[in-house]
Design a protein around this ligand. Structure first.
Ligand SMILES: Nc1nc2c(c(=O)[nH]1)N[C@H]1C(S)=C(S)[C@@H](COP(=O)(O)OP(=O)(O)OC[C@H]3O[C@@H](n4cnc5c(=O)[nH]c(N)nc54)[C@H](O)[C@@H]3O)O[C@H]1N2
Ligand SMILES: Nc1nc2c(c(=O)[nH]1)N[C@H]1C(S)=C(S)[C@@H](COP(=O)(O)OP(=O)(O)OC[C@H]3O[C@@H](n4cnc5c(=O)[nH]c(N)nc54)[C@H](O)[C@@H]3O)O[C@H]1N2
Ligand SMILES: [Mo]
Length: 766
C-alpha cells in the first residue's frame, strides 16, 4: 500500500447514521438477554452457541474469553454463568464463518484495509496459515512447516536476538505463555512486551512498590463482607458485567458504594439481574450511594482531599478514623505522608478534582465511619501520566484505614483480558523477576539473557528506529491497540517480518512488515485433542485463582494449532541443539504444567490441584497482611498532583470502550447504555462547552493533537452532548488512538496515557 492508501485506511472518514437517545440509569435485564441471543444466533447458531454458553464459567468448563472477573466459588447459575458481553465474546470466537485461501485471493490487503474494524472482524476465523510475500497484495496459503521454517530463518538471520520483538495479548493460556517466554529467552532476548504494558502496568508498579505484590489483594467473598466499596475509573456494566452481581450481593449485606467517574455509567447506577426473576421483571437494585463526577485525572487530588479530611477528623478527636495499631505495626512512612497531606490546600484540591466540596465531605464521612473498605479501579486510573502515583494514593487511603490484609477490605485492580494476570505470572515480562531466570537456568541448564527488554512503547520506538526487525504477536491486535497509529504503522512497516498468531482477521494483518505470516490458532472454546485425549489449559483470574479451561466445540478447520504447539514447533525450527524437550510438551499439556511447577512459585502439585474443579488460589502476601517490600512494611507514599494545563481551545480526552466491543474487536455499532446507536465516531462533550464554540448536537468535527510539534488528526467525529465535566471529552478506543502521542505515557510504568490526551476540536474541513 502507498502512504495515501495507508493514511486513508487508518483514518477512515465514513459515517453511519447516528441515532441518539438518553443515557440509561441501570444495566442488564431483558435487553441484555435479547442482545446476547441476537449475537449468538447470527454468528454461531443456536446449537453450537448454546453448547458453548452452557459450559461457560462452569467448573471444568470453558473460561470466558472475555474479562478476568472471577467465577463465584459457590453458587454458579445452572443455566450458564455468563453475561451479555461474555455471550458476545463467544459469538465472535465460535463463529462458523471462516476465511479460506479463496477469500484472500479475492480480497487484496489494500481492499481489506479500507474496511472498518467492525467489518474486518465480522469476516470470520482464519482457517489455515497464510503468507504475504514481499511486495505482494494478497496473502496466500502456506504449510505450517514452511511457515515455521521461514520464521526460524528470519530469526536466525538477525544480527542480535534483541532485534526480535515478541508481543503477547492476555488471552494466552498459562501453558502457552510459559513455553513462549521459555522459547524467547532460550532464543536470547527479554523483548516480551505485552498488553499489560497498556493496561494495568501502572497498578502493578504502584502495588509492588507499596505492598510488595503487583496484584490485587481481595477475594470475591471479600465483596460480601465489605462495608464500603469505592469504584474508580471503571465501567463494570460493560467491561466486567458479572461484577454487578457481586455488587448487588454486597449491597444486600449492607455495603455502601461510592463511584468516581467523569461520566454516569449505567452499570454503576443500577442493576437488573438477568438470571433472577426480579431482574427480568425490570426491578433494579440501585448500586451507587454517592456518585462523584470527577474531572478526568482529578483522582489524585480527590484522594488527597479525602486524606486531608480524615486527618482533620482524627485531630478533632473522632475515634477510629485512622487505624494506628495497623499503621504502627505494618507500615512505613506515615509521618512524612501526614506532614505532606496537612501542608496541602484543601480548597485547591477540591478545585483540581472538579467536585462539589460537600460531595467530597460526604465521601470522607462514609470512609471515616467504616473499617472494611475495598477500592476497585481499572483503566480510568491507570492510563494517565501520573497513574502510578495516583494508585499509590489509593493505597495510602487503605493504609490509613487499616483496610488491607483482612476480610472485606483491600486493593482490587480489576484486570482486563481473561489471562493477562496469568501471563505475567508465567514470566511474560520485559523486566523478568530474577528468580524465574535463575530457575529456568537451573532447570533447563541453559543461559538466559539478564538485561531488560522492550516494553510496548519502547518496542514501537525500536521498530521505528530500525532496531526491531522481526515482530511476533502472540494474539492481540498490535496496530489498533497501541497509541499513535500513524507512527506505529510506520514502525511495523519497517520490519522485515511481522507474524501474528490469531483467531480472527484484524488490522495487524493488514499493516505489516516486508513479509507477513498469519498463524491461525485454536481459541478457548475449541476442543484441543492430542492422541485422542481432550486437553485443557489453565488461566489465572483477576483475584489470583488458577483454574482449568476446556474447549467443547469442534474447530472450524483442521488446520488450526494450539498456541502451545505453535511455540514448540517454532522453537524446533529456530533453536538448534536446544536441551529443552519440545517434543515432550507436544504430547500432553500435563508435561508443560510439570515444568511450570519447577520454575514458577506457587504451583506445587500443579497437575493435581488444577484438576480440582474450582482451582486454587496463588499465594498473596498483602492478602495475608504481610508486605514483601524492601523494608518488610507497607509503604505510605508522598505524591504531588500534576494538572493538565489546557489552553482555551484545548480539551482533555479519554478514550473509552463502548458496550459493543472487546478492545479492538468491534461487536456492533451501538453503545446502548450511553444512548448511542449505529455510530462509533462520536465525541461526547459538555453542552456548555459546545455552546461556547458554537457546536450543536450531530455537528461533524475533526480532532487534532499537536504534541512534539507533530499534527495528529482523527477526522470526522459526530458531536454528542453529554453529562461530562467541562473541558473533558470522550471518544472510543481504537478509533481515537491516532491522537494518542507515543511520547505521552505514564511515569515509571510507560503505559500510554490514553485517558488524558490533549486535543483541539475543529469543524470538519469542508
Ligand atoms: N465487554 C468488554 N469487556 C472488557 C473489555 C472490552 O473491551 N469489552 N476490555 C477488557 C480489558 S483488556 C480491560 S483493561 C477492561 C477495561 O475496563 P474499564 O477500565 O472499565 O474500561 P474503559 O472503557 O477503558 O473505562 C474506563 C472507565 O474509566 C472512566 N474514566 C476515564 N478517565 C477517568 C479518570 O481520569 N478518572 C476516573 N475516575 N475515571 C475515568 C471512564 O469514564 C470509564 O467509565 O475491561 C475488560 N473487559
Ligand atoms: N486508546 C486506548 N488504547 C488502548 C486502551 C484504551 O483504553 N484506550 N486499552 C488498552 C488495553 S487495556 C489493552 S489490554 C490493549 C489490548 O490490546 P490487544 O490485546 O493487543 O488487543 P485485542 O483487541 O484484545 O486483540 C484482539 C485480537 O486477538 C486475537 N485473538 C482473540 N482470541 C485469541 C486467542 O485465543 N489466541 C490468539 N492467539 N489470538 C486471539 C484476535 O485475532 C483479535 O483480533 O489495548 C490497549 N489500548
Ligand atoms: Mo486491558
Amino acid at each position: 500500500m502507498d502512504k495515501k492508501q495507508i493514511d486513508k485506511a487508518l483514518t477512515p472518514d465514513k459515517l453511519e447514521e447516528l441515532q441518539l437517545s438518553s443515557a440509561k440509569e441501570s444495566a442488564a435485564g431483558i435487553p441484555a438477554i435479547l442482545s446476547s441471543v441476537g449475537h449468538i444466533v447470527s454468528e454461531v447458531g443456536i446449537l453450537r452457541g448454546g453448547k458453548a454458553l452452557l459450559d461457560l464459567n462452569q467448573k471444568g468448563g470453558i473460561d470466558c474469553p472475555g474479562c478476568a472477573w472471577p467465577d463465584p466459588d459457590d453458587d454458579r447459575s445452572k443455566i450458564g454463568e455468563y453475561c451479555e458481553n461474555g455471550a458476545k465474546a463467544i459469538a465472535e470466537e465460535a463463529t462458523k464463518k471462516k476465511l479460506t485461501p479463496a477469500f484472500f485471493q479475492k480480497n487484496s490487503i489494500s481492499e481489506l484495509a479500507q474496511l472498518s474494524d467492525y467489518e474486518i472482524g465480522k469476516k470470520g476465523r482464519i482457517a489455515q496459515p497464510m503468507y504475504l510475500p514481499k511486495g505482494a497484495q494478497h496473502y496466500q496459503e502456506i504449510s505450517w512447516k514452511d511457515a515455521f521454517t521461514k520464521i526460524g530463518t528470519h530469526l536466525n538471520n538477525l544480527n542480535d536476538p534483541n532485534e526480535a520483538i515478541f508481543y503477547t495479548s492476555g488471552r494466552t493460556s498459562n501453558e502457552a505463555a510459559f513455553l513462549y517466554q521459555l522459547f524467547v529467552r532460550a532464543y536470547g532476548t527479554n523483548n516480551l512486551p505485552d498488553c499489560s504494558n497498556m493496561c494495568h502496568e501502572s497498578s502493578g508498579k504502584a502495588l509492588s512498590d507499596t505492598l510488595g505484590i503487583g496484584k490485587g489483594s481481595v477475594k470475591l467473598e471479600d465483596f460480601y463482607q465489605s462495608e464500603l466499596i469505592i469504584i474508580m475509573g471503571q465501567n463494570p456494566g460493560t467491561n466486567h458485567p458479572r461484577m454487578l452481581s457481586a455488587l448487588e450481593r454486597a449491597k444486600k449485606n449492607g455495603a455502601k458504594i461510592i463511584s468516581v467517574n467523569p461520566i454516569k455509567e449505567a452499570g454503576l447506577q443500577g442493576f437488573m439481574h438477568p438470571q433472577k426473576i426480579s431482574g427480568l421483571m425490570g426491578s433494579s437494585t440501585s448500586l451507587t450511594d454517592l456518585y462523584l463526577q470527577v474531572q478526568i485525572n482529578g483522582d489524585m487530588a480527590f484522594l488527597q482531599a479525602l486524606a486531608f479530611l480524615l486527618l482533620q477528623k482524627e485531630s478533632a478527636g473522632c475515634p477510629d478514623v485512622v487505624d494506628h495499631e495497623f499503621i504502627n505495626e505494618k507500615t512505613n512512612g506515615y509521618d512524612a505522608y501526614v506532614e505532606h497531606i496537612r501542608s496541602l490546600d484543601f480548597n485547591e484540591l477540591v478545585k483540581q478534582c472538579g467536585l462539589d466540596k460537600n460531595d467530597v465531605i460526604a465521601a470522607a464521612d462514609m470512609i471515616a465511619a467504616r473499617k472494611k473498605i475495598i477500592i476497585c479501579w481499572a483503566m480510568g486510573l491507570t492510563q494517565h501520566k501520573n497513574s502510578v502515583n495516583t494508585i499509590k494514593e489509593v493505597v495510602n487511603i487503605l493504609l490509613l484505614k487499616g483496610s488491607i490484609g483482612k476480610p472485606g477490605a483491600g486493593t482490587c485492580p480489576v484486570r482486563g483480558h481473561s489471562n493477562v494476570q496469568g501471563d505475567r505470572t508465567m514470566g511474560i515480562h520485559e523486566k523478568p523477576a530474577t528468580y524465574i531466570l535463575d530457575n529456568i537456568e537451573k532447570h533447563y541448564g541453559i543461559d538466559v539473557p539478564r538485561e531488560h527488554g522492550y516494553d510496548t512503547v519502547a518496542a514501537i520506538e525500536a521498530m521505528h528506529r530500525g532496531d526491531g526487525q522481526v515482530f511476533f504477536g502472540m494474539g492481540g491486535n498490535f496496530i489498533s491497540a497501541t497509541p499513535d497509529t500513524a507512527y506505529t504503522s510506520e514502525a511495523l512497516q519497517k520490519c522485515k517480518l511481522t507474524v501474528q498468531v490469531s483467531t480472527k482477521l484484524n488490522r495487524s494483518h493488514l499493516v505489516h512488515g516486508e513479509e507477513a505470516i498469519i498463524l491461525p490458532c485454536l481459541a478457548r472454546t475449541d476442543k484441543d485433542i492430542i492422541d485422542g485425549e481432550l486437553q485443557f489449559v489453565s488461566v489465572e483470574n483477576s483475584m489470583g485463582v488458577v483454574h482449568s479451561s476446556r474447549g467443547s466445540l469442534t474447530p472450524i478447520s483442521d488446520k488450526l494449532m494450539s498456541e502451545a504447539a505453535i511455540v514448540c514447533h517454532l522453537a524446533k525450527a529456530t533453536l538448534s541443539d536446544s536441551p529443552i524437550d519440545w517434543d515432550k510438551y507436544l504430547q500432553h499439556n500435563d508435561h508443560i504444567r510439570d515444568d511450570i511447577e519447577q520454575v514458577i512459585k506457587g504451583f506445587s502439585s500443579y497437575n493435581e490441584r488444577v484438576r480440582v474443579l474450582e482451582g486454587f488460589y496463588l499465594p498473596n502476601c498483602a492478602r495475608d497482611n504481610h508486605y514483601e517490600t524492601e523494608s518488610g512494611k507497607a509503604e505510605f507514599s508522598v505524591s504531588h498532583t500534576e494538572q493538565n494545563q489546557l489552553a482555551d481551545d484545548e480539551y482533555l480526552m479519554m478514550t473509552i470502550r463502548s458496550h459493543d466491543q472487546f478492545n479492538t474487536t468491534i461487536y456492533g455499532l451501538n453503545d446502548r447504555y450511553r444512548g448511542i446507536k449505529n455510530e462509533r465516531r462520536v465525541i461526547f462533550m459538555n453542552p456548555k462547552d459546545m455552546k461556547e464554540i458554537g457546536l450543536e448536537s450531530n455537528d461533524i468535527v475533526d480532532l487534532y493533537n499537536y504534541r512534539d510539534n507533530r499534527e495528529r488528526k482523527a477526522p470526522t467525529f459526530v458531536v454528542v452532548p453529554y453529562d461530562i465535566p467541562r473541558k473533558c471529552v470522550a471518544t472510543y478506543f481504537p478509533e481515537a488512538n491516532v491522537l494518542v502521542p507515543i511520547t505521552h505515557k505514564a511515569d515509571k510504568s510507560h503505559t500510554p496515557a490514553s485517558k488524558s490526551v490533549i486535543i483541539k476540536i475543529r469543524r470538519r474541513d469542508s
